[in-house]
Design a protein around this ligand. Structure first.
Ligand code: GLN
Length: 554
């Protein structure tokens, strides 16, 4: 029997419902239960694929090629359970589906309304695509937005109906809220949370557990007050104080009794399901007691906006965990590298590795190419991801093959299109490539694709001598194979390709300490307890580079 846990947020946005849902799931898993996680987003976009990273942060891509909210990245990182297309539902998708049904006449002449048609559709999505033979013990659903928003009303109404229909014994409502500290009063304030709960109550939802964010310890009397005014048990007011690493959250929640209260709510005796938190303790230990440190320069366009690179930043932390190394980031806006004013050696002085991440569009591309050239010439460890690989190809073509007009056709036509749309250089390939992906709304290569690794290559070593790997993609342009031979003569080894040999997937240089670029996004599959091998090796190489630089290591 699946139990349903709904997580809503109150008072302000950005309280970390995604982390809360993920950390609770990790605790339930640590007691031997199976979990799945879902997110309902109240905006009208069908998915976040078309939204600017400035608006929405990173687009997280699942194995099955769905473009989803970045919180799904947290779900996967904390639980190791792969999310699917059906795990992120937006108002846009609900409405599209209802309107399509209406056009097909499926409502048999009825007036189509928010209640019951939209709410019914939401309720169908709650239970959609669950393995009937092996349903999860817990399904945790995060409701995006903040209680009180007009947009989220249909979702709140739907979960109220759902709980009523399926029974309170099988559904739990958790409300994540903020207790602000008012300096002049010297007090933590509960009033905004009381109002937020009142708002929920007006929609017929009584939260069972309050999870309270605050940057100071919450005194007992504040907990009692909240319990009294919000009609919850005092032990169900759980403090969620700020921590310096998100991977500490499961341990903290457990200390505050969160998982026990959840189990007790469902009448499960916690003693019958002993907890094993060893792996989280190990991660915590490694994060808080590193043996070394490295600084990685990320040369990108959204440098002031870390949410745009969420999975990447986490994957670097994981690479650090694997090497017991603290990884700090130096953000470099690639456009800043385009003028002559800045000296690259000054800019990269203290960096031990250079990473050029995924990206779209021409703005800042020349700066990325300069950063790659600098990494290549100065023997600084370099990792290129997706756009980073494409720009590494352009760099080699221009600077080593002297094809001065080499470029990606993403920025317009050029004489030497070393990176181009498949349709531009491979007439028949495109259709084949997009098989099964057409209905995902775009022309991108999305989701998991296999890649064959060349025997004896550096990358095959990194992947533990695997011959074929699967990694997630999100891009339109491809390295143009027509230039392969020429690029090989410039020292580039094409060490990973699609199984049919048509699409270059990985390049590497052997005459360099670490120079690897990949067409896929390895960061999407990295987990704290299972760091991605590429990030593990990149951090290791950066650490070696730092030691070599300082001269105390040969
Ligand atoms: N803009 C490039 C493409 O579409 C790279 C995309 C990316 O880095 N995710 O192919």
């Amino acid at each position: 029997m699946t139990r349903f846990i709904f997580i809503t947020g109150g008072v302000v946005s950005s309280l970390g419902k995604g982390i809360a849902a993920s950390a609770l799931s990790a605790l339930l898993q640590a007691r031997g239960f199976t979990v799945r996680l879902r997110k309902f987003d109240p905006y009208l976009n069908v998915d976040p694929g078309t939204m600017s990273p400035y608006q929405h942060g990173e687009v997280f891509v699942t194995e099955d090629g769905a473009e989803t909210d970045l919180d799904l990245g947290h779900y996967e990182r904390f639980t190791g359970v792969d999310c699917r297309q059906s795990d992120n539902i937006t108002t846009g998708r609900i409405y599209s589906s209802v309107i399509a049904k209406e056009r097909r006449g499926e409502y048999l002449g009825a007036t189509v309304q928010v209640i019951p048609h939209i709410t019914d559709e939401i309720k169908d999505f709650i239970k959609a695509d669950l393995d009937q033979n092996n349903p999860p013990d817990f399904l945790i659903i995060e409701i995006g937005g903040t209680v009180g928003d007009i947009e989220s009303l249909p979702f709140l109404e739907a979960i109220r109906q759902f709980s009523n229909e399926i029974g309170k014994s099988q559904t739990l409502f958790i409300h994540l809220t903020l207790l602000p500290y008012i300096q002049t009063a010297g007090e933590i304030k509960t009033k905004p949370s009381q109002h937020s709960v009142k708002e929920l109550l007006s929609m017929g939802i009584q939260p069972d557990i309050l999870l309270c964010r605050s940057n100071l310890p919450i005194p007992q009397d504040a907990r009692k007050k909240l319990a009294l005014f919000c009609n919850v048990k005092a032990e169900c007011v759980i403090p969620a104080s700020d921590v310096d690493s998100i991977y500490q959250v499961p341990l903290n929640y457990h200390k505050e009794g969160f998982d026990e209260e959840v189990l007790k709510y469902f009448k499960i005796n916690p003693k019958d399901h002993p907890l094993n938190l060893e792996c989280w303790q190990e991660i915590d230990q490694r994060i808080h007691h590193p043996k070394a440190s490295v600084k990685i320069a990320i040369v990108g366009k959204y440098s002031g906006f870390p949410d745009a690179y969420k999975s990447l930043l986490e994957a670097l932390v994981h690479g650090g965990i694997a090497n017991e190394t603290k990884v700090s980031i130096k953000w470099i806006n690639s456009e800043d590298l385009e003028g002559d004013a800045l000296s690259l050696s000054d800019l990269f002085k203290e960096t031990d590795g250079i990473l050029v991440p995924g990206g779209f569009g021409e703005r800042g591309a020349e700066g990325k190419i300069r950063a790659i050239e600098y990494a290549r010439v100065q023997n600084i460890p370099f990792l290129g991801i997706c756009f980073g690989l494409q720009m590494a190809i352009v760099e080699a073509a221009r600077n080593l093959l002297k094809l001065e007009d080499a470029n990606s056709t993403e920025f317009g036509p050029c004489k030497n299109p070393v990176v181009a749309l498949l349709t531009e250089w491979e007439k028949d390939g495109a259709k084949e490539l997009r098989t099964g992906q057409d209905n995902l709304g775009g022309t991108m290569r999305l989701g998991s694709y296999p890649c064959v690794l060349q025997k004896g290559s550096i990358i095959s070593d990194i992947y533990g001598h695997a011959t074929c790997i699967n990694e997630r993609h999100r891009h339109r342009w491809e390295v143009n194979s027509h230039y392969k031979l020429q690029l090989e003569s410039a020292g580039i080894r094409f060490s990973g390709e699609s199984p049919d040999g048509k699409l270059p997937e990985i390049i590497e240089r052997s005459n360099h300490p670490f120079f690897i670029a990949v067409q896929f996004h390895p960061e999407l599959k990295s987990r704290p307890f299972n760091p991605h091998p590429l990030f593990k090796s990149f951090i290791k190489a950066s650490r070696t580079h730092k030691l070599n630089k300082s001269g105390d290591f040969k």
